[in-house]
Ligand binder design. Structure first.
Ligand SMILES: Nc1ncnc2c1ncn2[C@@H]1O[C@H](COP(=O)(O)OP(=O)(O)O)[C@@H](O)[C@H]1O
Ligand SMILES: [Mg+2]
Length: 323
C-alpha cells in the first residue's frame, strides 16, 4: 500500500452562530491515495462544501475547525499558519468552485491571471508563463488557446469559463484538486464532456481529485470511491461500483432511487421523503431516521459503524443485513 496523500481524521468544522452551533462537519474521516478520484455526495446542506473549504484552510468566521486532523503528504494542515497554508493552496492543493467567477478576476485577461497564478509560486518568465498557460487551455479543451489568453472572462461561455478555472487549478501541477460542483451550473452535454476530460487529465497527471456533487450519477461516472455525506457525517463509503450495486445505507439507496438514469421507463422517481435536517436541532440518534423507511426504536441511539471489506456505513439496519 502506498502512503495516503491525504488523511482526514475526525474532522469537525462548526459554525458558531447566534442561533446555536451548526456542526456542518462533525467527525469526518477518510483517506485518499495519490492519484485517486474520490466522489463526495449528499443533498444540499450536508456539509460537502464546508469539508472542501476545511481542506484548503478557507473556513470563515463564524465557522472554524473545532477539532480533528488533516494530514496532507505527511504535514498537518489543521492549525497551520496562514502564510504556510498559502504556499500550499493553489500550488499543491487547488480548488475549483461551482461558480468560476469565484476564481476569475473580471478585469484581467485570462493570460495575465494565469501568469500571476504561476508566478505566485515560483520564478517564471512572462513568456514561459504564457506558453504554459496556453498549453493548459488546450489541455482542458479550449480551442485557439494562444489567442484566447488575450480574452477577458466575460468573453467566454459558461462552459468555457469553467474550463479556464480548471486550467488555472491545474497550472501549478497540484497533487490534489478539490472540485466543488464545478459542472452543476452547466448544461448536461457540457457537464459530461468536462467530466470525461477531468478524469483523463487527473489520470494522466496523477493528480488526486475530490469531486463534490449533490448528484450521485455524476460521481459514479468519475470516481474510484465514493463518500456519502449526511448531516455533517460520512454515512457510507466504499468503491463506487460496490456502493451503487448494493448500498449499505438506506440514505444511499434513496439517492440512487431518485436518479433518472436508474429508473425504469414510465416509473416515477422516488424522492427521499422529507428534507435534510437542521444542523441546529439534530436528533440524538440517527439523523436520517425521521426520513427512513427502515427506522425503528433502535435508531433513537447513535448508529454504529458497520464494516464490510473496503467499505463501511453508519447504520443500525444496513441493507445487506435485511436481505
Ligand atoms: N457561513 C455559514 N454560517 C453558518 N452556517 C453555515 C455557513 N456555511 C455553512 N453553514 C452550515 O453548514 C451546512 C453545510 O453547508 P455546505 O457544506 O455548504 O453544504 P453542501 O453540502 O450543500 O455543500 C449548512 O447547512 C449550514 O448549516
Ligand atoms: Mg456545496
Amino acid at each position: 500500500m502506498t502512503a495516503p496523500l491525504l488523511e482526514v481524521t475526525d474532522l469537525r468544522t462548526h459554525f458558531f452562530t447566534r442561533a446555536g452551533v451548526a456542526r456542518a462537519v462533525d467527525g469526518v474521516s477518510f483517506s485518499l491515495a495519490p492519484g485517486e478520484i474520490l466522489g463526495l455526495v449528499g443533498e444540499s446542506g450536508s456539509g460537502k462544501s464546508v469539508t472542501g473549504f476545511s481542506l484548503i484552510g478557507l473556513v470563515d468566521p463564524p465557522g472554524r475547525i473545532a477539532g480533528g486532523s488533516i494530514r496532507f503528504a505527511g504535514q498537518e494542515l489543521v492549525g497551520l499558519p496562514e502564510d504556510r497554508m498559502r504556499a500550499i493552496r493553489g500550488k499543491r492543493i487547488a480548488m475549483v468552485f461551482q461558480d468560476p467567477q469565484a476564481t476569475l478576476n473580471p478585469v484581467l485577461t485570462i493570460g495575465t491571471q494565469m501568469a500571476l497564478a504561476l508566478q505566485a509560486h515560483g520564478r517564471v518568465s512572462d513568456r514561459a508563463a504564457a506558453e504554459r498557460a496556453g498549453a493548459m487551455l488546450t489541455r482542458v479543451g479550449i480551442p485557439e488557446a494562444a489567442t484566447r489568453l488575450n480574452n477577458y472572462p466575460h468573453e467566454f461561455s459558461g462552459g468555457m469559463r469553467q474550463r479556464v478555472a480548471i486550467a488555472m487549478a491545474l497550472l501549478n501541477g497540484p497533487e490534489l484538486i478539490v472540485a466543488d460542483e464545478p459542472t452543476t451550473a452547466l448544461d448536461v452535454s457540457i457537464q459530461a464532456q468536462i467530466l470525461a476530460e477531468m478524469k483523463s487529465i487527473a489520470r494522466d497527471s496523477g493528480t488526486a481529485l475530490i469531486w463534490i456533487s449533490h448528484d450521485l450519477a455524476t460521481v459514479s461516472s468519475l470516481a474510484d470511491r465514493v463518500l456519502v455525506m449526511y448531516a455533517g457525517r460520512i454515512v457510507e463509503s466504499g468503491p463506487v461500483g460496490a456502493v451503487l450495486r448494493a448500498p449499505l445505507h438506506p440514505y444511499t439507496r434513496g439517492l440512487l432511487d431518485s436518479l433518472p438514469a436508474m429508473a425504469k421507463p414510465g416509473q416515477r422517481l422516488a424522492q427521499i421523503p422529507g428534507s435534510a435536517p437542521s444542523l441546529l436541532a439534530l436528533p440524538t440518534g440517527c439523523p436520517f431516521a425521521p426520513r427512513c423507511a427502515h427506522a425503528d426504536a433502535a435508531c433513537a441511539t447513535p448508529p454504529p459503524r458497520v464494516d464490510r471489506p473496503g467499505r463501511h456505513a453508519l447504520c443500525h439496519h444496513p441493507l445487506d443485513a435485511a436481505a
